[in-house]
Design a protein around this ligand. Structure first.
Ligand code: SF4
Ligand code: SF4
Length: 437
């Protein structure tokens, strides 16, 4: 794609980066077919190619972003399916970051929207606050018909059953390996996931300890910053990122860590981008770059660990939902399937596995209509599978797909159970699980 930035514009690092990315796009349109928003709306402006075109025009103009451009960039899920498809290697992820940052700097959202986003960024990254907010939202359920669309979407996203807050992440602690320590890792305890499903961190720690891995958790490393990063809150995003980097810096500098384990794939994509996000920071850039090298999804780590064995033989057919942040953001497709095969279960994949379920961080709250259509589409394809349960590697997807015909849990919960851990609550009533007891 041709660009026409002036010499003055080209002095700005973000314009240089955008220019480099834009020039790679040859406008072939292959990405449109795999873009979930284009598949739903059929509008070129809701496709990667259309958005790239609009961002080029916006950045070249140096004028405040138009409402049209803001509207269609807001509708982008940042699922990165377009990056998997693109034959020219267009780095859409960093281009859309530049585009959103430009919109943030040149325009102002309506006051209600700003307050709502501020509330999300204040509450969701704090597991305790989020847990309390979900309980409050439950109380408001009978009145939701009278509430604004965004609040209604927020209430709709609250799980049916609110569980006790996950204690992992509430203190600095090392969970020691069973037997001799072979490796030492850091676990990102996370934020929203702790309020929604407390079993995931517990299962991750158990399975790692079982294969001789010490697991370090630091309280200060709570939210990875992705939530704020994706909804136009750069200051809060930077604060969260810096908190995480500082929390882990001692162990990283002392070179004591074999890996940084992430069990929410959206956060994994974010950690792997810390090197880029903090590259201008004179104090933290080195540690941030090391974090990006060490970060790995829990399935990536387990698939490369020969010590993992499975002691339970359960006849299960599992439907695997691949989260976008895992398959597109981190290009991890085989590790979860290899682990499930090694655990002795059969696996089925839904039609169009590359398409997003519509969860995408807080997209389901900010764009409830499109999110709802994507959710319905995904559940329809999942329900066509003849399976006992579904697994996924991202809490957002698990929550979004909880109305599917079979129960759903995190893949690490199933792997932990099959290698000797307790039965995940969500699947304890399955006949195959009961028969195996
Ligand atoms: S597939 Fe890549 S090169 Fe082709 S239009 Fe999409 S982003 Fe551009
Ligand atoms: S990130 Fe996803 S929604 Fe956004 S343009 Fe790419 S494929 Fe479409």
């Amino acid at each position: 794609m041709q660009t026409q930035f002036s010499k003055e514009q080209y002095q700005r690092p973000e314009i240089q980066q955008a220019d480099e990315i834009l020039r790679k796009c040859v406008h072939c349109g292959f990405c449109t077919a795999t873009c979930p928003t284009f598949v739903i709306t059929g509008d070129e402006r809701d496709s990667p190619r259309g958005r790239i075109w609009m961002m080029r025009d916006m950045l070249e103009s140096d004028a405040p972003a138009s409402q049209e451009t803001s509207f269609h960039l807001d509708r982008c899920l940042t699922c990165l399916s377009c990056m998997t498809t693109c034959p020219s290697g267009v780095d859409y992820m960093h281009l859309v970051e530049i585009g959103r940052d430009y919109i943030h700097k040149t325009t102002k959202r309506p006051i209600i929207d700003r307050i709502f986003r501020h509330m999300l960024v204040l509450v969701l990254p704090r597991a305790g606050w989020f847990s309390l907010a979900m309980k409050t939202a439950k109380l408001a359920t009978p009145f939701k018909a009278f509430l604004p669309v965004s609040i209604k979407a927020l209430i709709n996203s609250v799980p049916k059953k609110i569980k006790k807050l996950d204690p992992v992440g509430s203190q600095d602690i090392i969970y020691k390996a069973e037997g001799q320590t072979k490796k030492q890792v850091i676990l990102l305890a996370g934020c929203a996931q702790r309020a929604i499903e407390p079993e995931i961190n517990a299962a991750t720690i158990r399975i790692l300890n079982r294969i001789g891995v010490d697991v370090i958790v630091r309280k200060q490393a709570a939210c990875c910053g992705s939530l704020a990063h994706h909804i136009d809150r750069p200051t809060e995003a930077q604060n969260s990122i810096k908190n995480v980097v500082q929390a882990w810096s001692q162990e990283i500098i002392e070179n004591k860590i074999d890996a940084i384990i992430v069990n929410t794939s959206g956060c994994g994509t974010m950690l792997k981008d810390y090197a880029h996000l903090l590259k201008q920071d004179p104090e933290l850039s080195d540690v941030a770059a090391r974090i990006s090298q060490l970060a790995c999804d829990v399935t990536e780590f387990l698939a490369n660990n020969p010590s993992l064995s499975f002691s339970r033989n359960v006849d299960l057919m599992v439907g695997y939902h691949s989260a976008c942040s895992l398959q597109h953001g981190q290009q991890i497709t085989q590790a979860p399937l290899m682990l499930l095969a090694k655990a002795g279960v059969q696996v089925a994949l839904p039609k169009d596995p590359h398409l997003c379920c519509g969860s995408a961080g807080v997209y389901s709250i900010l764009q409830p209509e499109l999110s709802g259509q994507l959710k319905e589409r995904k559940i329809t394809t999942l329900n066509k599978l003849d399976v006992d349960l579904f697994v996924a590697g991202n809490i957002g997807c698990i929550n979004q797909l909880s109305e599917s015909k079979a129960p759903i849990c995190h893949i690490v919960q199933l792997l932990d159970y099959l290698s000797g851990g307790p039965i995940p609550q969500s699947i304890e009533m399955l006949p195959a699980i009961q028969a195996a007891q």
